[in-house]
Design a protein around this ligand. Structure first.
Ligand code: 1QQ
Length: 376
């Protein structure tokens, strides 16, 4: 009897070895939480497109023993509570090895605590508020923070436009728009630019006439805006409609980095200046290939959010390869922490000690409905 079992075990064992050698490549389950509905849907749409392109490329290239990615997409609805539902499902039901997203810092500051407690690595692709990666050692991001981008934006704007006095308008009920305000305030102070007026609005506001009328009356050199694109579009078009002249530059933070701004605000968006992590014109060969493939697949070019999401899938792929595992969350976390100088569409990519993105920012300007490089 014993011998029969031994023989059976041997056959099963051999079959196991044989079938794993012959099996299709290993699949890593990754959860993607993006805002497909709600106020941040314009970003989420681009992020999902960027991810899908990268997953298709990676899976097409995976050899016999290569790693494939099985993407799980879900909608965080631009709301923290829905983000929590999505994270819980990814972690407990889908058993993903890592999560990419969510779209907004306002959601990430809640969801990422759940992932940290569960030991699931998170790679943010558009969270730019201070403090997100301080949640813990499982939290990474490939998006430059406003604290890095905005001082550069203000420096370039001061050099090129000679601004001396500004008005600031920001959303005071969102982690990102508030954090952007803090970053602008500090950068303006450091550059000796005077703040004549500070005005606020709330998410979902449609009428900015009271704030903009006050701002028009004090005649600033520039209007500084920390807003998500829905509100930013209203602010930009109403500012021009209310007679704030084009000579008053509008300077925005990361929320304005979406072509939805030009779509919504039309001509009023011309000359808007935005601090960014990426511009389509980057001559990096990987970026050229990405812009071409994205445009061919979707019929319109990518934006910064698509580029950061696309880069994240390759960063994840690199970590999976280094970890030598498609389901060991701790090994994937440790491998992510090791990534240095990886070639991506964002340039050579490394994480800082604090698991934030480490590369140079850029300043964009809207020209004929497109983002061009304003300065570096
Ligand atoms: C954040 C942002 C937004 C503009 C994401 C799309 O930067 O919430 O941190």
């Amino acid at each position: 009897m014993k011998r029969v079992f031994a023989a059976l075990a041997l056959i099963l064992g051999l079959t196991g070895i044989y079938s794993s050698a012959q099996a299709s490549p290993k699949e890593a389950k990754i959860g993607f939480a993006f805002s497909m509905t709600g106020g941040a849907a314009a970003y989420g749409d681009m992020q999902k497109k960027g991810v899908q392109l990268a997953v298709d490329e990676i899976n097409a290239q995976a050899g016999q023993d290569g790693i494939k990615i099985a993407p799980f997409f879900d909608d965080d609805a631009s709301m923290p509570q829905q983000g929590v539902n999505v994270f819980n499902r990814f972690i407990a039901a889908d058993k993903v090895v890592m999560i990419i997203g969510p779209t907004l810092s306002n959601t990430a500051q809640v969801t990422d605590r759940i992932a940290q407690q569960s030991g699931v690595p998170v790679l943010g692709v558009s969270n730019t508020a201070k403090g997100i990666t301080d949640i813990g050692d499982y939290i990474f991001r490939d998006s430059l923070t406003e604290m890095v981008v905005i001082p550069n934006t203000i420096r370039v704007a001061k050099e090129k436009l000679g601004i001396k006095k500004v008005a600031v308008l920001y959303g005071n009920d969102d982690a990102f728009t508030k954090g952007g305000y803090d970053a602008f305030k500090k950068a303006l102070g450091d550059s000796n630019i005077q703040i004549l007026s500070e005005q606020t609005f709330a998410k979902g506001d449609r009428d900015f006439a009271p704030q903009l009328t006050q701002i028009r009356s004090i005649d600033p050199d520039a209007l500084i805006v920390s807003a998500l694109v829905e509100e930013a579009s209203g602010i930009v078009s109403q500012a021009r409609r209310l007679g704030i002249a084009e000579s008053v530059s509008i300077i925005g933070g990361n929320g304005l980095n979406s072509p939805a701004l030009m779509k919504n605000a039309g001509k009023a968006a011309e000359k808007v200046i935005v601090g960014a992590a990426w511009n389509a014109a980057s001559t990096n060969p990987l970026n050229r290939k990405f812009v071409e493939a994205f445009t061919a697949k979707y019929g319109s070019p990518p934006d910064q959010f698509a580029a950061q999401a696309y880069a994240a899938v390759y960063i994840a792929r690199e970590a999976l390869g280094r970890a030598g595992s498609t389901d060991n969350r701790k090994a994937v976390r440790d491998a992510l922490a090791q990534i240095k100088g990886l070639d991506t569409v964002l340039g050579k990519f490394s994480f800082t000690e604090g698991r934030d993105a480490d590369h140079a920012p850029v300043v964009q300007v809207v020209k004929e409905g497109k983002f061009e490089v304003f300065g570096e």
